[in-house]
Design a protein around this ligand. Structure first.
Ligand code: BYC
Ligand code: FE
Ligand code: FE
Length: 477
């Protein structure tokens, strides 16, 4: 365990060759996965050579190898953080018991549901982003998009491995269904709302990787506490890759803001073909609020039972002092039909979605502070702010009424009158889309985004991160 076997069809550190049945089942799933990737992965770039990192070990340092590869040849593998045979469950009703190596019968349905929900988001994001490459602002950004995409593909592998290994026939059926649902498809949509929204421009992509991938980070952190050890270990390793996705988003928005602030010094941003700061703010409002929905209801019996049964913990559970969550409550602000605010004590277990959302909100605030430092460094005194978590919610308590960006309750008519201040308008979208054109000369960037301070893995910014071959979107014969 630990070292990765690359001789096998499916690279892995789980001794797959010792379980022939499982190996065969996954090898049968592989061509279906590749068909899905060809059909729904990045459109027009399957033959190109992309400078990608591939996971080759689960060691903290040096876990990845960088080289030019064609995306369909990427080695999607199965990597779990090594097993700690002494690991003990440290929260919920099973606290103190040895971590489970098998699925406890009574939790089979709940666990399957958590794994399927998590797994479904991974291919969904690839589908949402499949046309973006065609209007890449640079080769550097194009490579980052593809890096994120192949790793989301690997995250699907991670969940499918769990389904195949531990859930028998219904696990195999769920694995097939992962390749059948489609983001945004009316008949067979992806499970969670946010993963059906199209991502057609790079401002949306950077918002998505900042806010939606960050939901991934917190969900994975909660699942990496799980009493079901294989789930905990696979999520731990996924978090290693996730950091890069958020880096892409946060630095992407930072670079757009830098360019916008530079243009503001010279005059009208729109006239110079940049993205005005109020437009960026509306995109932030939209993707942040959509991502908040992914945590589920504030007051949730599902969340209580996931925690109680030691399936899904809190962010950094081991750093907390009390792990049963039976004796505390969470003060939750609710509203009656007339907009009157009142506070209710919700038993802590039922509030676990909100507890996780709290950690997420704090982390998002850090990202926003870094953007505002970028603006200040360019002498811009405007700032990006996060809307209140009640704003524009489609799930949970606050989806039942309308709230402004500061969290004040609003009549529906007052909301409609001001919606265009807060959320991207059709005109915003059309404008942002009009700026999306492909820049494919190494070292050059679209004019609405600043270059990054440095390239990838010590390579220069002008390195040829993607080499286009015959048949590529950019090299049609
Ligand atoms: N859209 O008690 P409730 C990532 C449903 S992102 C649609 O509120 P629960 C990634 C819910 O299913 C991380 N439906 O919710 C990022 C339930 O349905 P039923 C993904 C929703 O179950 C970028 C009902 O509403 N990870 O990795 O406590 C790129 C009320 O349930 C939504 C996970 O999701 C929604 N937004 O919590 C690539 C982790 N929200 O039972 C990847 C696993 C709720 O009434 N999943 N519903 O039919 C979970 O932990 C939980 O299922 C949730 C929901 C946190 C998602
Ligand atoms: Fe992921
Ligand atoms: Fe991600």
């Amino acid at each position: 365990m630990g070292s990765v076997n690359y001789q096998e069809k499916i690279p892995n550190n789980v001794d797959l060759h010792q379980d022939r049945r499982l190996q065969r089942a996954l090898e049968e799933w592989l061509p279906n996965y590749l068909d899905w990737w060809t059909e729904m992965g990045p459109d027009g770039f399957q033959r190109d050579d992309v400078y990608l990192r591939t996971a080759v070990s689960v060691d903290r340092d040096g876990w990845a190898h960088f080289d030019h590869v064609k995306m369909p040849d990427y080695r999607w593998g199965i990597f779990l953080t090594p097993r700690d045979t002494k690991r003990v469950i440290h929260f919920g009703d099973h606290m103190g018991e040895p971590a489970w190596e098998q699925v406890p019968g009574e939790y089979r349905n709940s666990l399957r549901r958590l794994i399927v929900t998590q797994g479904d988001t991974e291919p969904a994001s690839v589908e949402q982003q499949r046309l973006l490459g065609q209007c890449c602002p640079s080769l550097y950004d194009l490579r980052n998009l593809f890096q994120v995409n192949v790793e989301e593909g690997r995250h699907l592998w991670a969940m499918v491995y769990l389904l195949h290994s531990y859930f028998g026939r219904d696990g195999r059926e769920e694995a097939e269904a992962m390749l059948e649902r489609r983001a945004g498809n009316a008949d067979s949509p992806r499970i969670l709302g946010t993963f059906n929204a199209p991502i057609e421009d790079w401002l949306s992509f950077f918002c998505f990787t900042t806010f939606t991938d960050r939901d991934g980070k917190y969900q994975l952190r909660a699942l990496s506490e799980s009493g079901f050890d294989p789930l905990a270990r696979t999520c731990q390793f996924m978090l290693t890759e996730e950091a890069h996705h958020m880096f892409v988003g946060q630095t992407g928005i930072g670079r757009i803001l830098k360019r916008t602030a530079e243009m503001m010094k010279k005059g009208d941003v729109r006239a110079q073909g940049g993205i005005p700061i109020d437009v960026i703010q509306r995109y932030v409002n939209q993707w942040y609020s959509l991502s908040l929905d992914l945590f589920g209801s504030e007051d949730s019996s599902n969340a209580a039972s996931f925690f109680g049964s030691s399936l899904k913990g809190r962010d950094r559970e081991e750093e907390l002092t009390e792990h049963t969550a039976l004796h505390e409550s969470y003060k939750m602000t609710k509203f009656d039909a007339n907009g009157r605010e009142f506070v209710e004590d919700v038993p802590l277990r039922r509030a676990m979605n909100e507890v996780l959302r709290d950690a997420y909100v704090e982390d998002c605030e850090k990202a926003v502070r870094s953007w505002n430092r970028t603006l200040a460094a360019e002498g811009c005194d405007l700032e990006i702010t996060l809307p209140n978590r009640r704003f524009h919610r489609g799930q949970g308590l606050y989806s039942e009424a309308k709230f402004d960006t500061r969290g004040q309750w609003l009549q529906a008519s007052a909301w409609s009158a001001r919606e265009s201040e807060w959320l991207p308008t059709d005109a915003d979208r059309a404008y942002v889309k009009s700026l999306m054109y492909a820049v494919t000369t190494p070292g050059e960037f679209a004019h609405w985004i600043a270059p990054p301070p440095r390239g990838i893995e010590g390579m220069p910014i002008e390195y040829e991160y993607v080499k286009f071959n015959e048949g590529s979107h950019f090299k049609k014969s």
